[in-house]
Design a protein around this ligand. Structure first.
Ligand code: GDG
Length: 458
């Protein structure tokens, strides 16, 4: 069998120092088997980038970095990826910034990367491309005569057809997607949108086996909900909690990259409504919001930052007392082990995105709980995780009253019901961890094109 080649916008560290959690853990085993290779963007940009992949050997697998000039990188990453595709795919077409040089950079990066990959790839290798930054890659690889099977996984949501058509190059985007052998999505919602988009954009036909027929060939599509290292995260939380004092008041916790898709202002509005409507809880709970910065060179991210600072300041000003601060807002990243403990010691986990591919925080919060005295997850109906985690308290993030009622219900919930909900959520997670996710995707990618999902054991 050939090698597994993973391709993503950001490469894992070359010394393994930042492997904890996430994709690296998921793919390590598969990569270390047959001389695997991870190709990803270098952490730094270069005025004179190498024209070849820069290879590093780790004990478990090889990492090959592709280097970009700072300007090209900004137009491709901050520009097209995060000022066109990210807002469009999250239903925020009002935030799209269209500049011809962004679209040109997006293609140029994919084309250049394809040339560098084509130098090393063999026909029996398997290529797994990750996420919206690299959608055109299969197209350029195939144009260069690369014959191996190429799969793509979309980590973010795929919007409905009308929203998708707001992307200026949407027709091209559909063609690029159709060049993959397998496209994986987080949810059935995204899968249904893909079918509609293929029908409309390329006259694709849904086959009985669940694949899409396009111009005489089949593109396999499937739903592969991503997960976490459930037991690893549980252990991290349980071990860390032993030496940690529980908070003085029952705590609500939110942890999100500071992104407009995560529904942070809506969360604070819900908390404010809760404090107004149920004054008996004032001075009796606190909300800890951790929101590390990302992409802060993009204007929309500066706006959400000041909005959040304003809202948390307002709640503290309106409700706070000398002895009580209703909202603690931290705009910095925390170490992963500390996060795990914070989750475990929080009575309520608040996950309220307006639109989210999956949302791993929802899964981490559940995995971190003490099963004898678990906290309650409040989860947006628009997070991909809501398709699986139906035993959470599901809310509409646009309705502050609904959030307020859910917070009240969570805080009042008797131990028996908390345990029941947690047991259901945890059992599902345990059976569907990140190792299972990657194994299912790779198994399907290795299967011949005309085998449908019903024939592939998950
Ligand atoms: C994309 C999709 C999809 C957050 N703050 C800190 C920190 N985090 C960690 C969380 C979690 C991860 O970052 C965030 O993952 P999410 O899934 O919540 O969201 P995105 O970053 O938007 O990820 C998403 C995901 O891809 C996977 O497919 O689920 O829908 O948008 O693990 O814990 N980690 C540390 N410090 C922090 O302050 N260490």
């Amino acid at each position: 069998m050939g090698r597994l080649i993973v391709v993503s916008n950001r490469a894992p560290s070359i010394d393994g120092s930042s492997d904890s959690g996430g994709l690296v853990v998921a793919l390590k085993d598969a990569l270390s088997k047959d001389g695997g290779l991870w190709i990803g963007g270098a952490p730094e940009q270069h005025e004179n980038p190498s024209s070849e992949l820069v290879l590093h050997h780790r004990p478990d697998f090889d990492v090959a970095l592709f280097e970009l000039e700072p300007e090209l990188h900004d137009d491709y990453y901050l520009g097209y990826s995060n000022s066109v595709l990210w807002p469009a795919f999250h239903g925020r077409v009002d935030l799209i910034v269209v500049k011809p040089r962004y679209a040109a950079a997006y293609r140029q990066v994919a084309e250049r990367l394809a040339r560098q990959i084509a130098e090393t790839v063999r026909d029996d290798d398997l290529i797994w491309v990750h996420d919206y930054q690299l959608i055109p890659l299969a197209h350029y690889l195939k144009a260069l005569g690369v014959k191996c099977r190429i799969g793509f996984f979309l980590h973010i949501p795929l919007p409905d057809l009308q929203t998708f058509m707001a992307i200026p190059d949407w027709r091209e985007m559909v063609k690029w997607l159709a060049d993959y052998n397998l496209i994986g999505f987080q949810t059935r919602r995204d899968l249904a949108n893909m079918i509609t988009i293929f029908r409309h954009g390329l006259r694709g036909e849904l086959r009985a086996n669940g694949n899409i027929g396009i111009n005489g060939r089949e593109v396999a599509i499937g739903c592969f909900p991503i997960s976490i290292d459930v037991q690893g995260f549980r252990r991290l939380a349980a071990e860390g909690a032993v030496a940690t004092e529980p908070p003085p008041l029952p705590r609500l916790i939110g942890v999100d990259r500071l992104d407009y898709s995560k529904g942070l202002p809506q969360r604070l509005a819900g908390y404010e409504t809760f404090l107004s409507k149920y004054p008996q809880f004032r001075s009796k709970v606190s909300l800890l919001q951790i929101a590390p910065p990302t992409r802060d060179d993009v204007d929309a991210y500066k706006d959400i930052r000041s909005e959040l600072e304003h809202l948390s300041g307002k709640i503290n000003g309106d409700f706070g007392t000398i002895d009580w601060t209703p909202v603690q807002y931290i705009h910095r990243a925390m170490p992963r082990d500390e996060l795990a403990v914070l989750f475990r010691l929080s009575r309520v986990g608040l996950v309220t995105p307006l639109f989210d591919g999956m949302n791993l925080v929802a899964k981490e919060y559940v995995a971190a709980q003490d099963e004898a005295d678990p906290g309650v997850l409040i989860l947006s109906q628009f997070a991909g995780a809501a398709e699986e985690m139906t035993a959470a308290l599901i809310i509409n993030p646009h309705n502050p009253v609904g959030i307020a009622e859910a917070i009240k219900k969570a805080l009042d919930m008797p131990l028996g019901e908390r345990i029941e909900r947690h047991t259901t959520l945890y059992a599902h997670l345990e059976g569907n961890d990140i190792a299972r996710w990657s194994a299912a995707f790779l198994k399907r990618l290795r299967a011949p094109d005309d085998i449908g999902p019903d024939n592939v054991a998950r």
